[in-house]
Write a protein that binds this ligand. Structure first.
Ligand code: URA
Length: 240
């Protein structure tokens, strides 16, 4: 019954969107418009009631809440340990991520995977996701309306996983969780909090590809995370 309702909600949104795109329906009432954008109490209540990542992933399937759905090949929901103590939050999928439907699998992803290994962990030990789940055209920054539309899904992921530490990668992820005035260059490397979960903001791996000399700063930040989680580089068998 519950599954049927979710499917109905999703299909209805998709149909409205198609008709809107070809101007086949008159302007929607404000209530229907906000239903279409997923801003209703109904969606909020439903998301709040989800307590596993698979159900959340299903709900996201076919999402058309923002314009990024138009060019995406795949939604990049996130992957890793659903009980992870450490969640990494990136910005948005790039070209390779869009094709594979997995986060951080391109060039920046390879560097990022090496950082995780240097911490004595594997990708499957942690959880990896992004602020927006669909690729922005030409890898531009996600726009405020796109971040706003996708935020309830990140919020739900973090609530469900309930990690001990969140590490934000880059400016967009830090500003999304810590406020729009966050200055990544000045403020990274210090502890902040999101809903009582400690947050360590650090540079984005793509930035490190362009500025390799900054890698040592990111390693300092990773060491703070390892200390908080009681991890030792190279000796962790933390596969849960
Ligand atoms: N950059 C991101 O922020 N996320 C990805 O998944 C890939 C590159």
């Amino acid at each position: 019954m519950r599954e049927d309702l979710i499917k109905l909600l999703r299909d209805l949104r998709k149909t409205i969107s198609l008709y809107k795109e070809i101007d086949l329906i008159p302007p929607l009432s404000p209530e229907t418009e906000s239903f279409f954008k997923g801003e209703t109490e109904l969606e909020k209540a439903y998301l709040d009631s989800i307590n596993n990542l698979d159900e959340l992933r299903k709900y996201l399937n076919g999402c058309i809440k923002c314009k990024l759905h138009k060019n995406r090949k795949n939604i990049v929901f996130g992957e890793g340990n659903p009980n992870a103590e450490l969640v990494f939050v990136g910005e948005a999928p790039g070209r390779k991520e869009d094709i594979e439907g997995r986060p951080f699998v391109g060039e920046a992803g390879r560097l990022f995977t090496r950082i995780i290994k240097a911490m004595g962990l594997e990708r499957k030990d942690v959880y990896i996701c992004n602020v927006v789940k669909c690729r922005p055209p030409r890898n531009r920054d996600p726009e405020p309306d796109e971040i706003k539309a996708c935020f309830p899904f990140l919020e739900a992921q973090l609530r469900i996983i309930s990690p001990k530490v969140i590490c934000t990668l880059g400016r967009i992820a830090a500003q999304t969780l810590l406020g729009k005035d966050f200055k990544i260059t000045k403020q990274r490397g210090n502890w902040y909090s999101y809903k009582d979960i400690p947050v360590m903001p650090t540079f984005h791996p793509a930035y490190l590809l362009r500025n390799p000399s900054e890698k040592k700063l990111v390693w300092e930040d990773m060491k703070k995370i390892m200390e908080k989680l009681g991890l030792n580089a190279g000796t962790n068998k933390n596969t849960q």
